[in-house]
Design a protein around this ligand. Structure first.
Ligand code: IPE
Ligand code: IPE
Ligand code: MG
Length: 280
């Protein structure tokens, strides 16, 4: 189904207009999708049920991000540390991932989503690797949302890997140590195809990065919500974007150097706040 023809309510249209009117849609959003286990345990369900329902949240957020014109969405789906979880949970997560890709690939492709991944992909089961490759190959030339799945990913792992590759290039004489800049280093990271994240969302109230995009998030805005991932849907995503739209990003400068533009969008922002408050 084409996402552009989806019917949405009047309220939702107003939210989108206000968000887009601010001109503050983040280019790159990263999400640490946390709280699946707690969501399930609260309901006396097995933890994996939280992962299953969490996939519905993924579907909704991917669609809405694409519709709003977010260019890059990076989802932290499985960390390197998550391999330490009970075998059955890991197995379930892997089969969920495979079936997500299998089921969604056509719709994602039809909506011009480009699928990418970061992480130690060769540690994933063959079936997942295969589906991932298929999805990436099929969508390679799409020019819509870039959906990056962080799978078997850890930021320290990526940074160390980059240091090793850079060291090899130094040894081969391709790079001299004094020429190593942030830019050259960045090119070795698996995330080199991504712009730096503007907004990092973490669900379930935990205030930590848990090894997600640590180099890249140096100046990302961080938004933490108490909502657990399986219950995080489009309205929560709008709330996060509305919060982001209000932030002043100073990058070490002073407010006056930035030439604060937030006030120019005061009307849009108050409309947004008004609608979102009424809805919740
Ligand atoms: C996030 O939810 C999903 C993954 C890390 C794979 P959790 O499974 O971490 O849920 P909680 O944090 O235990 O509630
Ligand atoms: C972070 O969640 C990893 C993902 C969301 C994939 P965790 O639940 O693994 O993080 P910690 O252990 O609470 O820091
Ligand atoms: Mg967790």
């Amino acid at each position: 189904m084409s996402w552009t023809s989806e019917r949405i309510s009047h309220d939702e249209k107003s939210i989108r207009n206000a968000l887009q009117g601010c001109g503050r849609i983040p280019r790159h959003v990263g999400i640490i999708m946390d709280g699946n286990g707690r969501w399930a345990e609260d309901r006396k369900f097995p933890r994996v049920e939280g992962h299953r329902v969490g996939m519905e949240s993924v579907r909704d957020v991917v669609k809405v991000a694409s519709q709003l014109g977010v260019r890059y969405l990076t989802l932290y789906a499985f960390s390197l540390e998550n391999w330490k979880r009970p075998v059955m949970e890991v197995r379930f997560l892997m089969s969920l991932l495979e079936s997500y890709l299998r089921q969604e690939i056509d719709e994602l492709h039809a909506n011009k989503v480009r699928i990418r991944s970061i992480g130690k992909v060769n540690a994933l089961p063959r079936g997942v690797q295969h589906m991932l490759k298929r999805a990436m190959d099929l969508t390679e030339h799409n020019d819509g949302l870039t959906l990056t799945l962080a799978l078997s990913y850890g930021s320290r792992w990526d940074i160390l890997r980059s240091v090793q590759m850079l060291s090899l290039d130094v040894r081969r004489g391709k790079v001299s140590p004094e020429d190593i800049t942030e830019e050259t280093f960045r090119n070795y990271l698996q995330t080199s195809f991504l712009p730096e994240p503007d907004l990092i969302i973490r669900t379930s109230g935990e205030m930590r990065l848990s090894n997600f995009l640590m180099w890249e998030s140096a100046y990302a805005e961080i938004y933490v919500t108490q909502r657990l991932w399986p219950e995080f849907r489009r309205m929560d995503f709008y709330k996060a974007l509305a919060d982001y739209a209000r932030r002043e990003r100073r990058f070490g400068c002073t407010s006056s150097q930035i030439g604060e533009q937030v006030s120019e969008h005061a009307d849009h922002l108050s409309t947004l706040e008004h609608i979102l408050n009424a809805l919740h």
